[in-house]
Design a protein around this ligand. Structure first.
Ligand code: FES
Length: 114
């Protein structure tokens, strides 16, 4: 499978315990800054294959402890994307590799973004 690593944003665009959505070519993805650790996922709920957020950049529950799907309320662990409650319990979000480089967040997409 082809992969492509892109620079997504500067890390200060995603404050601690917040999330942010991005569209990169045909991909919609989101990133969570959880206590200074960044986690990136495809924005696709394993239940129905649709986007998770209810408002732009709102991917977390009210305590910012879990990722939450707006449609049926599935809850996912931020670190692994494992669904721990809801209609797709036991399934996972698709995690993307990400790393920091010079205060920039870089994400590896599963194939070309074009
Ligand atoms: S579409 Fe996400 S829980 Fe149903």
């Amino acid at each position: 499978m082809n992969e492509e690593t892109i620079t997504l944003c500067t890390i200060d665009e995603i404050p601690t315990n917040s999330s942010k959505g991005f569209t990169v070519g045909k991909h919609t993805i989101f990133v969570v800054n959880h206590a200074g650790q960044f986690h990136a996922y495809l924005n696709r709920c394993p239940h129905l294959g649709i986007r998770l957020e209810w408002q732009p950049d709102q991917f977390l529950d009210t305590d910012a402890r879990l990722i939450q799907c707006a449609t049926h309320g599935a809850l996912f662990l931020i670190e692994t994307g494992l669904c721990i409650a809801g209609p797709c319990a036991g399934q996972r979000l698709t995690k993307l590799a990400c790393h920091l480089a010079n205060q920039q967040l870089c994400v590896t997409l599963p194939c070309s973004p074009t």
